[in-house]
Design a protein around this ligand. Sequence first.
Ligand code: NAP
Length: 484
Amino acid sequence: MTKAAVDPCIFVILGASGDLTRRKLLPALLRLNAKGMAPDKLIVLGTARTADFDDAAFRADARRSLQSAGMSSEEMSHWCDECLHFLQMSKGDSDDYRRLATCIEQLEREHGTPANRAFYLALPPRAFPSAIEGLGEAGLNRSSGWTRLVIEKPFGRDLKSAQELNALVHRYYNEAQVYRIDHYLGKETVQNLLVFRFANPIFETIWNRDRVESVQITVAETVGIEGRAGYYEESGVLRDMVQNHLTQLLAVVAMEVPSAFKANAIRNEKMKVLDSISPIHPNDAVFGQYIEGMVDGIPVPAYRQEPKVRPDSQTATYAALRLEIANWRWQGVPFLLRTGKRLAKRITQIAVSFRCPPVALFRPNPCPEIQPNVLVITIQPDEGFDLSFEVKVPGDMRLQRQSLDFRYGEVFSDIPEAYETLLLDIVTGDQTLFVRADLVETSWHLYSHLLENPPGLHLYTSGTWGPSAADALIKKHGTKWLPE
Ligand SMILES: NC(=O)c1ccc[n+]([C@@H]2O[C@H](COP(=O)([O-])OP(=O)(O)OC[C@H]3O[C@@H](n4cnc5c(N)ncnc54)[C@H](OP(=O)(O)O)[C@@H]3O)[C@@H](O)[C@H]2O)c1
């Protein structure tokens, strides 16, 4: 990872006693520090309402979290003692935000850092508006250096709420200051998609409706809702995975070549893709919910038996969708998206199937039996590429499927965690991997009618690949899900 020098700054985490801070943000900040990417003067100021912390207690709590993340005490001791601070904001009112402003100025004086400030909202989404307003009204939207606002996902729960949240953000911050997180975009393999597509012209020349039969994007999880019924019952699969992660992956796969490798040039092209997606027909959407079954040999309960889930819940934990991009490159090529919980395997994969030969030369293998060449890009786990093709079986005129493959882990070590990449980009001011206001609104718009009128729910057994209705959906397009 090489990057522009990081300015000394103060990194304020609102919600510093939460799971995200403990499991992701603090380890990522420490790793950046250990690699020498973060300056000596990247000061972290945590805040929360109820945690009864002072600096010492916050540091002790951070040490425990960092130890659980597998970090050595040698790595963490200096950093925790020198760089971590805490301010309790028990009321979350304007007085608290004024105290926050005073505390920041005091830390900047003590550490001799310029007024460069990042405010990371590691808060439940319902707390975003009051935090944005609190920061803005306390004048924490500008400084003599730079000021950046980082907002976790989910950004809104539908088009209207996303528009309202954007309006509030823009009342205090301009778009160049705003970093909306979709942590999928921070994954190395997702970033590598841009390199794969735009640095390898052999693929770019066949990346279109003349050569591509279909594109599949799968984000499969084996986990259930992990005790987060309160969140998931309100969210469901469309809000949790499709509107953000899958739609962002689709945009990277389908976008045109940007005019430059710059944040807005890339985001403009992604925006054009989302703008060209035709309304999704209700017959092209399959929603499912898991019932009991076996995952990795262990019996697991049905979604409706999970703690705090309503016994008659209609919340979807699985979605399969067919989208069409009505532009010159992709018109007529189905984009098939699927994601779900409690599926057979944890995998995030993009499969690009190319067209079969126009004439069946190698009988008795007529075209329908020749499988298409497929390029599989695995985002996680076991990141890499596989390109499948047919070879002749020696001594016989029969065809056999083989593949060329590349595995990231076999070639590169020390692949940074998504949050490490994203935090570094925030402090260096690179917005490429963050979701712009128009992108987030357009992606909500795409799914508005499915959110308002969801299709009927198909039950599927945990540990399988989802409801059979999803197989029927893809069969209409003459193909099958990969992996199956
Ligand atoms: N955890 C993850 O792996 C993960 C992954 C992706 C995205 N996210 C997103 O990251 C954000 C934080 O998630 P989390 O898992 O860390 O949540 P969490 O464990 O519930 O922590 C939330 C933090 O916010 C504070 N908080 C709660 N209610 C608040 C309120 N009304 N006003 C101000 N502060 C409040 C909590 O402390 P006090 O109650 O003491 O203030 C706590 O510090 C969420 O938006 C989530 O969707 C999390």
